[in-house]
Design a protein around this ligand. Sequence first.
Ligand SMILES: Nc1nc2c(ncn2[C@@H]2O[C@H](COP(=O)(O)OP(=O)(O)OP(=O)(O)O)[C@@H](O)[C@H]2O)c(=O)[nH]1
Ligand SMILES: Nc1nc2c(ncn2[C@@H]2O[C@H](COP(=O)(O)OP(=O)(O)OP(=O)(O)O)[C@@H](O)[C@H]2O)c(=O)[nH]1
Ligand SMILES: [Mg+2]
Ligand SMILES: [Mg+2]
Lengths: 275, 291
Amino acid sequence: LSGKRSLSAGELDRLEGLLLSADVGVEGTRRLLQAVRQGPSELDALERLKAEMLAILAPKSDYRPPGGENGGKPAVWLILGVNGSGKTTSAGKLGSRLAGRGLKVMMAAADTYRAAAGEQLAVWADRAGAELVASKPGADPAAVAYDAVAAAQARGTDVLLVDTAGRLHNKKHLQDELRKIHATIGKRMPGAPHLGLLVMDAATGQSGLAQARLFSQAVPVDGIVLTKLDGTAKGGIVLAIAQELGIPVAWAGTGEGAGDLQEFDAEEFVEGLLG
Amino acid sequence: SLTDKLSSLFKNLTGQGKLSEANVREAAAQVRLALLEADVNLQVAEDFVARVQERALGAEVLSSITPGHQFVKIVHEQLRETLGGKREALRFASQPPTVVMVCGLQGSGKTTTCAKLGALLKRSGKRVILAAADIYRPAAAEQLEILSQQAGCIFYKSDSTDVAAICAGAAEAGVRKLADAVILDTAGRLHVDAEMMEELVRTKAAARPHEILLVLDSMTGQDAALVAAEFNSKLGLTGAILTKLDSDARGGAALSLRAVSGAAIKYVGTGEKLADLEEFHPERMASRILG
Ligand SMILES: Nc1nc2c(ncn2[C@@H]2O[C@H](COP(=O)(O)OP(=O)(O)OP(=O)(O)O)[C@@H](O)[C@H]2O)c(=O)[nH]1
Ligand SMILES: Nc1nc2c(ncn2[C@@H]2O[C@H](COP(=O)(O)OP(=O)(O)OP(=O)(O)O)[C@@H](O)[C@H]2O)c(=O)[nH]1
Ligand SMILES: [Mg+2]
Ligand SMILES: [Mg+2]
C-alpha cells in the first residue's frame, strides 16, 4: 500500500478487512477509509491513514497533574475497570515503576469483594516495596480508600494507588459504588483522586466503547491502561474511545511481570495495528 | 435492530413481486455489518453471510411472498444451528471421576467458573475436587481455596512446580476420595505463548481429562477466533464456557468460537456469584448477537 496515492477497490477492501480485524469497529473503519480517500494529496494512502490514526490518538488535553492540589502529597490514582481486565496487576506494575523512580508508594486494596484480592495485591506491594492498606473481605471499599488516603497523608506517601473491584459498566449499583469511592476519597483530600485510570483488556471488542462511556460518567477517567498487548489482539477499540470521548491511552501492559508496563507509544501502536 | 433494517429494506421491494439477486446481496451486507458490530470475527462473519446468501438465493426467498420474513428466518436458523443445534451438557466419564481441564486467556473467569461448576455439580449431589493448577499468579491457590469452600467442594493443591504432575495428582486424589468430578483450574495463558501451551499439552497427557473446556470472555472481540483456533488445535477442545454474559456485549465471540473450533458452549457465566452459571441456549444467543 505504501507509495500509492489512491487505492483500488480491492486494496480498499483489504484495508477495510485489516482495520475491522483489529477491532476498530464498523463506524471507525468507515471513517478511517474516508480519511484515506480524502486525505492530503501529497501523502500516500498509508501515510494518510497513519496520520489520521495518530491525530485521533493524540491526547486532547493535558493530564490533570498527578500531584495533589498545590503540589500536595499524596497523588491519589484510582484504578478501575471491568472484571479480569488486569487492574490489580497493573496497579502492581505502576507501583514498581514509581518506586523505581524513588517515590514512596502505597497501595490500597479497595477490592473487598473478590476472594484473596488483598493477598494478591499484597504480593505486588511486596514486589514494589510499597506499603499496603487492606481490610477484611466484605468491608466498605469507600472506607478502605478513605483510611488509605489518611494513612498516606500521615506517612508522607508520594503516590497512593487505589485498586478497586472489577465491575461491569452496565451494573448501576456497582457504578454507584465506584462514585461513592471517588467521592469519599475527595472528602478526605479535596481534589483527590488526581488521576482515574481505566484498565482495559486489548482483546476487548465493541463493548470497550460502552465501558469507557459509562465509567467516565461515573468518575473522571483521565487515561487508559491497555493490557495484554503481548497477545494477538490489536486494541483498535481505543481509537473509537479517543474519537468519541477524548480519553487517551496512558500505559500499555505487555506481560504478567512487574516490568511489563510501558508508556503508551501511539506510533508504535499504529505500526503494530497496521501490521 | 437488524430485523427492522431488513424489514424496511424488503418493504420497499414488495411491490416488485419477487426479490432479485441484488436485493439478497444488499440484505446479506446488512447482516454482515450487524455481525461485525456484534464482535463476530470478520472471516467468520463473511463465511456465515456467504452461506446465508446461498440459501436465500435458492428457491426459498426469491419466490416467497414474504421475502423479508423468509430472509430473517434463514439468518436466525443458520445462526442457531451454528451455535449448537442441541444442548450439550458436561459429558461424564463411564468410570468416575470425570476429569475436567479448564483453560483460557488471562482474566477470562476460569477460577470463578471452576468454582461455579463445582457448586453446580455439588447441588446435584456430586462430590467434587477443585484443583489449583495455577502456580504462577499471586494468591491464585488462595482464591480457589476460598471459592472451593464456598462451593462445598474438596480443595486440592500441591507444592510441586510441575503443573502436569499436580494435575495427575489431583486426578489420582479424585479416585482415592471417590470424587465424581475433578476440575483442574489452570493458569491464564496466551495462545501464542508456546511454552505455556506446551504445559497444557503435557497436563492433558498426564491427567487425561474427559472434558477440556475453553473459558472465553464474552466481551472479546475479533481475537476470539484466533484464540479458539489455537487452543483447539493444541488440545482438542470438548467444549467451552462463555463468561460475563451479564455485560451488554452482543457476544459475537460465541459464533467465532463455535465456527472455528466446533466446540459447543456448555454453560454461560452470568455474574460474579457462584450460582451465576447457566445452561447455554443457542436461540437466545442468536437473538442477542443479531441485536
Ligand atoms: N499477558 C498478560 N497478562 C496480563 C497483563 N495484565 C494482567 N494480566 C493477567 O491478567 C489476569 C487478570 O489480572 P488481574 O490483575 O487479576 O485483573 P483484575 O482486573 O484485577 O481482575 P478483577 O479484580 O477480578 O476484576 C492475571 O492473570 C494477570 O497476570 C498483561 O499485560 N499481559
Ligand atoms: N460479571 C461477571 N464477572 C465474572 C464472571 N465470571 C468471572 N467473573 C469475574 O471475572 C474476574 C476474573 O475472574 P477469575 O476467575 O479470576 O479469572 P481467571 O480466568 O481465573 O483469571 P487468571 O487466572 O488470572 O487467568 C473476577 O472478578 C470474577 O469475579 C461472569 O460471568 N460475570
Ligand atoms: Mg483485581
Ligand atoms: Mg484463575
